[in-house]
Design a protein around this ligand. Structure first.
Ligand SMILES: [Zn+2]
Length: 413
């Protein structure tokens, strides 16, 4: 593309705005400062000519790039999140551009113990002679997901300055609070009015994700038998101790996150709480095949029940709560979402690599809210850490993919 990209220049500005979300705050957005970036983005979208760009009361940014074709093209949404992870400070981010990276270790100046090397990050080797962006050592960078934001903004600017490129209506959505798992809580899907979506929230150049775990939470509550400890002989049955026995009875070589990979699912205790009388264990249950969740839960319940049965008078409650579902269950009904992405990657000189995510994304939630939505790379690396880095070239490649993608949708309509 013969065009001066704006993604890097935008990215360097956006990361300096502190937008860390707060998992302990139940307000929405979880931190007001996220709106600082949302307001700036709406202003900038207005400046490039998208007159309906605005921030709503929850901190979401909505904008439309109008269709410029006579064809009836499905409305495509591009989405990314403005917040950064609570795991690492996002205050006073000082981005550094390492121009024509020389392949040497990058020592971050504000904390020289923070060193980024090709040994630790082999992907970095691809960018010798290119431009790498890091933070300065005390904070994360915020490439997750301000790279996605910058890419979408650059795409909007590109399309607004290249009206000869035919495309249908394009919706832009920037969300707060993705990192707290609440990014889709107040999305107005109806107002958004899109048929299909792509989040820009992925890693290495060329990757594409349309499959996530399906996820449940399960809780075992153990009701022990209580008695005064001074006179408890032969009577008291301690719920906390039974909780410990149940945990010990879980399989040691399978069925857990520490013993599974690839397409295997697992059951994972995440919290134990209680008193002698009553104790509970919270689990997360994960699998790519949604039907397998019930099998894992039945197996877990049987292990626990088997232990409980050894203690007359002790009872157990077992509850399951749905968390999120594999977006593939929705997206398999719309193969064009992946097929057109594949064509767009190829036109950009990339081979699309589709990799299942052993986790969830905003895209999986949006898919179940009526917006079938896959995930495209931005180039972000070492996210949620002080080593976070990204190559300017990856962001520009992602812009190229999006510009090709909107044309592929138009051509096939
Ligand atoms: Zn993200």
């Amino acid at each position: 593309m013969n065009y001066q990209h704006t993604a890097t220049e935008r990215f360097l500005r956006y990361v300096q705005i502190d937008t860390q979300s707060d998992p302990d705050n139940t307000a929405f957005p979880s931190s007001e400062k996220q709106k600082d970036l949302s307001r700036l983005l709406a202003d900038e979208l207005q400046q490039i000519g998208l007159s309906n760009a605005h921030v709503d009361e929850h901190g979401y940014v909505y904008a439309t790039i109008p269709s410029n074709t006579n064809k009836k093209v499905p409305v495509i949404c591009f989405c990314s999140h403005v917040d950064t992870a609570p795991d690492c400070s996002g205050t006073n981010v000082k981005p550094i551009v390492h121009q024509r990276y020389n392949g040497q270790a990058i020592v971050l100046p504000d904390d020289e113990t923070q060193i980024i090397t090709v040994e630790k990050y082999p992907y970095l080797k691809n960018f010798i002679g290119k431009n790498i962006i890091t933070a300065s050592g005390k904070t994360l960078l915020g490439a997750d997901d301000k790279s996605g934001v910058a890419i979408i903004m650059d795409m909007a600017n590109y399309l607004q300055t290249h009206k000869d490129i035919k495309h249908g209506a394009i919706k832009i959505l920037f969300t707060p609070d993705e990192e707290t798992g609440r990014g889709t809580e107040h999305v107005d899907i109806k107002k958004l009015g899109a048929d299909f979506g792509y989040t820009l929230d992925g890693g290495e150049c060329g990757t594409y994700e349309d499959e996530t775990f399906s996820a449940d939470a399960a809780t075992i509550t153990i009701n022990g038998v209580i008695a005064h400890p001074g006179y408890a002989k032969g009577k008291l049955i301690n719920a906390i101790k039974i909780a410990g026995e149940i945990l010990d009875a879980l399989p040691k070589n399978e069925f857990s996150p520490e013993t599974t990979s690839g397409r295997e699912g697992f059951v994972h205790p995440v919290k134990v709480s209680g008193i002698a009388e009553k104790a509970s264990i919270d689990f997360i249950v994960r699998d790519f095949v949604t039907d397998n969740l019930a099998k894992h839960e039945a197996r877990l319940k049987a292990i626990a029940q088997n232990m409980i049965d050894q203690y007359p008078g002790v009872t157990m409650d077992f509850t399951v709560k749905e968390q999120y579902r594999n977006m593939k269950d929705v997206l398999k009904n719309y193969p064009q979402v992946a097929a057109y992405a594949q064509t767009a990657y190829e036109r950009s000189g990339l081979v699309l690599r589709n990799e299942p995510i052993r986790g969830g994304t905003d895209g999986s939630r949006l898919s179940y809210m009526g917006l079938p939505c896959a995930n495209i790379f931005t180039g972000m690396q070492a996210i949620h850490s002080r080593h976070e880095w990204i190559a300017a070239e990856d962001m520009e490649k992602a812009v190229e993919v999006l510009v090709n993608l909107v044309q592929v949708w138009e051509e096939n309509s």
